[in-house]
Design a protein around this ligand. Structure first.
Ligand code: ATP
Ligand code: MG
Length: 397
């Protein structure tokens, strides 16, 4: 018959089960409570076959009996050589083991603990599930981070591919700017050489020629500076006027447009002032203008012309309309031109990133929108941006 004391011990032990979702903490509380109330010398929980993260034992370590009781038995007793008895209560894949002096009421503690087996089993499993969920969560977070990094890398790659393509165009434009001064320098050098051979040198003439060479060299070096400044991304928005934008575009593209007899006109008040990431906006315009230049060449247009029109739309926004008369873009192409890597230029080996990057720049960096429409003769790109861009810093790759 159970005494009031037995009930009290059972109540305390039962109460200690499942008070934490940390496996080690929960089991430690159960073991220490059981030791305290039953007078056991030591106690531990082990999972002999466990592959999970459960440590080899929880509690005070002592030698584990070689053969443990089968899991379908309520409990077992193992006699030790030190004159003690080990109580062995199997719970699912683990065992609770408690060392007692021989003269203790071990059997009744065995019966008591074995009646808690379902509760112990549930509490252990709850802890393990929480642990698995935590690991799963960490794995998911790691996967998410990896995906984010992958996306960032792809974006970086695209930006650098697009920049390489723009640089390719730039080298072509520099070549146009340089052709004339280099020819002049070459002619002066040849003439001077001839004068020396004919012993016809005249120091005044020589000085004039050298001054002319110097002037042209300055022009060459200024061209490089213009292009270099243009390709350096702005970190902060800067004040600029429509007139300055027009001048920069003419400096960069003028000569190459002249060589193909492309007529570029600017319509709108050149005094219109706004604040934006100027170089990024120029990069967008350059992509649009270069595409028009390619379309003129492909469609063999007799009088190629580009109209660049600026209007102040609503209170704080600007609308740039850039139209060219290179013919229409078929609708199945038009709907794809802003997709990354979409290009119809197999001969020129287009990257198909020009307009994609332009839309990213306009939408993400300049807080605006970029659209295109095309009718029988004309294609128009509309760049809509706020008059004053926020001075938020963005990543420059
Ligand atoms: N003004 C235009 N007239 C006709 N087609 C155009 C025009 N602008 C763009 N396109 C079409 O849009 C496609 C995508 O343009 P995008 O600038 O993104 O790439 P791309 O010009 O082909 O390559 P890249 O810019 O690297 O030279 C072009 O291949 C072309 O078919
Ligand atoms: Mg392009």
């Amino acid at each position: 018959m159970k005494t009031a004391n037995d009930h009290f011990i059972a109540f305390e032990c039962l109460n200690s089960i499942g008070n934490s979702l940390e496996l080690e903490e929960m089991l430690s509380e159960v073991i220490s409570t059981f030791i305290r109330w039953t007078g056991a010398i030591a106690g531990k929980y082990i999972e002999p076959e466990s592959l999970s993260s459960v440590p080899k034992h929880i509690g005070i370590d002592f030698s584990t009996p070689e053969i443990l009781i089968a899991s379908d038995e309520p409990f077992g007793l193992h006699q030790t050589s030190e004159g003690t008895v080990i109580l062995d209560v199997p719970v699912d894949s683990g065992h609770f083991l408690f060392v007692f002096r021989e003269d203790t009421a071990i059997e009744s503690f065995g019966i008591m603990l074995s009646t808690f087996r379902i509760k112990l089993f549930n509490a252990i499993n709850a802890c393990k599930n929480v642990e698995n969920l935590r690991t799963l969560n960490v794995n998911l977070e790691q996967q998410l981070d990896a995906e984010k990094n992958k996306n960032k890398m792809t974006e970086k790659l695209m930006i650098s591919q697009s920049r390489m393509a723009v640089m390719g165009e730039m080298i072509g434009m520099i070549a146009h700017q340089w052709r004339q001064p280099i020819t002049v320098i070459g002619i002066i050098a040849n003439n001077t050489l001839l004068d020396i051979q004919l012993e016809n040198t005249n120091s005044k003439q020589l000085i004039n020629d050298l001054k002319l060479i110097d002037k042209h060299i300055h022009f060459l070096s200024r061209t490089i500076d213009d292009f270099r400044n243009f390709f350096r991304p702005n970190k902060l928005p800067q004040p600029v006027t429509f007139g300055e934008i027009a001048k920069d575009l003419m400096t960069i593209m003028g000569k190459s447009f002249d060589s193909q007899q492309i007529f570029l006109s600017f319509e709108g008040d050149s005094e219109i002032a706004f604040t934006t990431y100027k170089n990024e906006l120029l990069q967008v315009f350059l992509n649009i203008l270069n595409n028009a230049k390619d379309a003129f060449a492909e469609n063999i247009i007799e009088h190629p012309a580009i109209r660049f029109h600026l209007s102040e739309n609503e209170k704080n926004s600007l609308l740039f309309l850039i139209s060219n008369n290179a013919g229409s873009i078929p609708s199945h192409i038009l709907e794809r031109i802003f997709e990354p890597y979409f290009s119809t230029k197999s001969e020129k080996n287009g990257t198909g990133l020009g307009l994609y990057m332009s839309s990213i720049i306009v939408e993400k960096h300049l807080n605006g929108s970029l659209r295109a429409c095309s009718d029988a003769n004309e294609t128009t790109f509309a760049v809509h941006i706020p008059k004053n861009s926020n001075a938020k810093q963005y990543n420059v790759y």
